[in-house]
Design a binder for this molecule. Sequence first.
Ligand code: KG4
Ligand code: ZN
Length: 366
Amino acid sequence: MRVIGIETTCDETAAAIVATSEDGRGTILADEVLSQIAEHAAYGGVVPEIAARAHVEVVDRLVARALAKAGLELADLDGIAAAAGPGLIGGVIVGLTAAKALALVSGKPLLAVNHLEGHALTARLTDGVQFPYLLLLVSGGHTQLLAVRGVGDYVRLGGTIDDAIGEAFDKVAKLLGLPYPGGPQVELAAKAGDPERFALPRPMLGRPQADFSLSGLKTAVRLEAERIAPLSEQDIADLCASFQNAVVDVVVDRTRVALRAFQEIAPRPSALVVAGGVAANGALRRGLQRLATESGLRLVAPPLELCGDNGAMIAWAGIERLRLGLTDGLDAPARARWPLGTPFAEANVAASESVAAQSVVDEAAP
Ligand code: KG4
Ligand code: ZN
């Protein structure tokens, strides 16, 4: 099976082709990504109109380049996948419309993939991870803990009530005068910093639900920075290190809580998987590795180029869906908002009802 995946939900235009072998494992035949970071850098964040226009300008070229790299023609493909949301709607429309046009001219099925599902299933492409597993998705737009029980079967164990983690990194970088995107800059500066110098809050630590709140932490960094201004290079390094340390503490605590909740709605996870751009952060990976070891779980983190937004994850999710016959019509909508999966409370009620029903059956048995 060979599927092309198109990704245009944020500031990366990407097209990739993934093929499956006899044993069902995936191979990336082409993986083209064009980042628009330079176009948005002057604004300190992604400007939706600039993003949409930039996607229009390059998407057809990227598709052609991916086909050429893979040595394939459109007719050799089995499906055309695109991220149909959630994301910046102008960009989503560009990628999805390109995919619809390709599907129409080639007569191949369309796969309108949820971008989050792409992140969620990547570990199966890179590491062959078996269902169910716990996914921590941490990017500039998303912060979620998901129980991945099967293709199309996800339970939201927790998420952020305000900023995404990557967004918090970007905002902290901005207020400290570091360039965009801020995550890698904060991590770099933190290497020379003292993580204990500033006593920053750990929002939500110890709460029974696996939710996050980042905006108070970001404000605490701002107040400390204002208190000691003007900032020396060492001050910036110490603020970055203290902030990163607080984020890691919070993420590890929230993930531990999610692991507990996981047991109520699914069998034991086969792995703890981390995905999204922030998964590139070394301190975070080390914190999660400690948690995985303590929990007797394997930590799986896709290679850096597949952590951020890319086309391969969309192509792979397309393959997973195509295998199950989950194709879409040409009327598939582009969606700015598209939550993935069921909230925990709902899934938990369903799980306890099925346990109760089973015990009635057991009791009735002779
Ligand atoms: O997944 P991604 O490429 O795009 C989406 O947001 O969907 O994630 C980008 C985010 C940005 O906020 C960026 O600052 C953050 O990931 N990031 C990092 C690191 N590398 C990227 N955050 C912390 N440490 C890093 N090393
Ligand atoms: Zn993403």
